[in-house]
Design a protein around this ligand. Structure first.
Ligand SMILES: Nc1ncnc2c1ncn2[C@@H]1O[C@H](COP(=O)(O)OP(=O)(O)OP(=O)(O)O)[C@@H](O)[C@H]1O
Length: 536
């Protein structure tokens, strides 16, 4: 077991394990479950035992275990958990606790604020729900909300609520409700009034709506005893931070706060006081020197000019489908409209695809998400709405096309495969000018794969498919692509280069000239009067 005082975690030299970059795994095939870091399991440090909880605040508690195993040796029935919860846990098929559950349960039950970091797919949801439910079950019945869970996406909120319902199976006096954007506010208001639940799972925007527009809601939320920020780093980054601060202002200070994520960058530790008491515990179940990604997931990257990306994507998918009849793939794209375009191209290529992103109606998103959860033999083309938290079992391959927003997003997207200790594959497809991103993941075992030879039938197939996709979709994708890369500091610094790259993207869709963009949008992007861009 490793231990250390406050400075230990930061000062101890990290044992970086680099992949054999440029090893050039041959052909388009992505080898399955290969340990790409060159370190055999015998080189891993096997750390026995339970979590060691250290100092408050900036300290780290680290636990380890058998490599690749997300489960601990502790059974739920060995813990101080109520018989009602135990019965539900048994029905759910859980017997042993995962590492993060074992590490955090006693500390949360003691009433501490906890910031917890644990790899993707290792049961963080149960880790915060179970002790919170234990606490709630001791409270007198009231119409107050006692547990508030905030999630960055609607899919994740629905999933957290589903897990809560499993655990509440025998707690007849406790209920859960979800409030998310994209659904009818009055409907949510009515159901809250007719059946006030003690547990509320919400996305930030909709929660703010209720605080401002639902009579009695601010009072109900004053009953919050436990606040959970799921995917804490995402919720505390600049995109959500102001909403979260506003929401927290409505919640009593005397509460317990739990922040969970697979990634906790240093900045998040520094600003976690936004939500947590001084003296909170930081529980890190990713042991020192270990990677934040799973060793049983093979990570590859491929570098090729943009005009080959559709063909490479098609080629890799076809090969994967041939090799694995139970294939289940997620293709992540940079923006909603680029996602739509890629989905349309792959659909034209007769692949079995579904599409999910923020421009789809919530009912369509829920339908696709439910279908993908249950299915095999399916490819989900997705924007970052599926990047975090969503638990689709048995995903065989995750492909990321173009730059991920940052290192954290790369890790979370990859984490849709290799869940619960299973094998998985990841491929990052970059253009040559995007390879600077690899610096930010150099401590992860990401190996270079050789670009496959694209035969003429693939090329022709892709060209024909692109020809059948509506021009409107291409125009929207071009505009979205430009917006996405323009918001990337490293790329937007040189505007004429940005315009050139956008033109390459436009050509890769088979367009002879880049589409014109409404003046207002160009102005919003700060790109008006940039030579090479056409406006309408
Ligand atoms: N003790 C357990 N034993 C077996 N399965 C479990 C256990 N706890 C949770 N699970 C299951 O493990 C899966 C992954 O859990 P969960 O989605 O909470 O992971 P996560 O760590 O939050 O992942 P992410 O970082 O991607 O959000 C779920 O299907 C969940 O039902």
């Amino acid at each position: 077991m490793m231990s250390g005082g406050p400075s230990d975690a930061t000062h101890r030299k990290r044992r970086r394990r680099r992949g054999p970059k440029g090893s050039g795994v041959d052909g388009p095939s992505i080898p399955r479950a290969v340990t790409t870091n060159g370190a055999g399991p015998e080189e891993e440090e096997v750390v026995e035992g339970k979590a060691m909880e250290l100092d408050a605040g900036m300290s780290a508690a680290e636990v380890g275990g058998v490599v690749g195993s997300h489960l601990s040796e502790t059974r739920f029935d060995q813990c101080p958990v109520s018989p009602l919860s135990l019965k539900a846990i048994k029905d759910a098929g859980y017997e042993k606790m995962t590492q993060v559950q074992e590490a955090t349960l006693p500390i949360i039950l003691q009433g501490e604020d906890v910031l917890a970091k644990a790899k993707t797919g290792t049961g963080k949801t149960v880790a915060f729900l179970l002790p919170a439910i234990e606490l709630l079950s001791t409270l007198p019945r009231s119409p107050s909300i006692n547990l508030l869970v905030i999630c960055p996406t609607r899919e994740l909120a629905n999933q957290v609520a589903a897990e809560a319902r499993k655990l509440l199976k025998y707690h007849r006096s406790l209920g859960v409700q979800v409030v998310i954007g994209g659904t009818k506010l009055p409907q949510e208001q009515r159901s809250m009034q007719s059946n006030p639940c003690q547990i509320l799972v919400a996305t930030p925007g909709r929660l703010k709506d209720h605080l401002e527009n639902t009579p009695g809601f601010p009072n109900r939320i004053k009953g919050v005893k436990v606040l959970v920020l799921d995917e804490a780093d995402r919720l505390l980054d600049m995109g959500f931070r102001r909403d979260i601060e506003k929401i927290i202002a409505f919640i009593p200070k005397e509460r317990q706060t739990l922040l969970f994520s697979a990634t906790v960058p240093e900045e998040v530790r520094q600003i976690s006081h936004v939500a947590m008491k001084r003296g909170y515990k930081f529980i890190n179940t990713v042991k020192e020197g270990d990677e934040e990604t799973h060793s049983q997931v093979s990570q590859m990257y491929m570098v090729a000019p943009l005009d080959l990306h559709f063909s490479i994507l098609y080629n890799v998918l076809k090969k994967h489908i041939t090799e694995d009849a139970d294939y289940k793939v997620i293709v992540f794209c940079t923006t909603a409209m680029v996602t739509k375009l890629v989905a349309e191209v792959l659909f034209q290529l007769k692949l079995n695809i579904r599409e999910i992103h923020s421009r789809k109606s919530q009912s369509a998103r829920t339908k696709v998400s439910d279908e993908f959860r249950k299915s095999k033999g399916l490819i989900l083309v997705s924007s970052d709405v599926s990047a975090r938290g969503v638990d689709y079992p048995d995903v065989t391959l995750v492909i990321q096309v173009g730059l991920p927003a940052d290192r954290e997003q790369y890790i979370h997207r990859l984490g849709r495969t290799g869940r619960k200790g299973k094998d998985g594959l990841g491929l990052l497809l970059l253009a040559p000018w995007e390879t600077y991103f690899l610096n930010s993941v150099q401590d992860l075992s990401v190996s270079q794969a050789v670009v496959p030879t694209i035969d003429s039938s693939i090329q022709t197939g892709v060209k024909d498919a692109l020809g059948r996709v509506e021009t409107k979709s291409k125009e929207s994708a071009y505009q979205a692509w430009l917006g996405y890369y323009n918001s990337n500091k490293a790329i937007s610094r040189d505007k004429s280069r940005l315009v050139r790259l956008a033109e390459e993207f436009s050509q890769s869709m088979g367009l002879a000239i880049p589409p014109a963009i409404p003046k207002l949008i160009l102005r919003k992007m700060g790109l008006n009067n940039v030579p090479g861009l056409r406006s309408v």
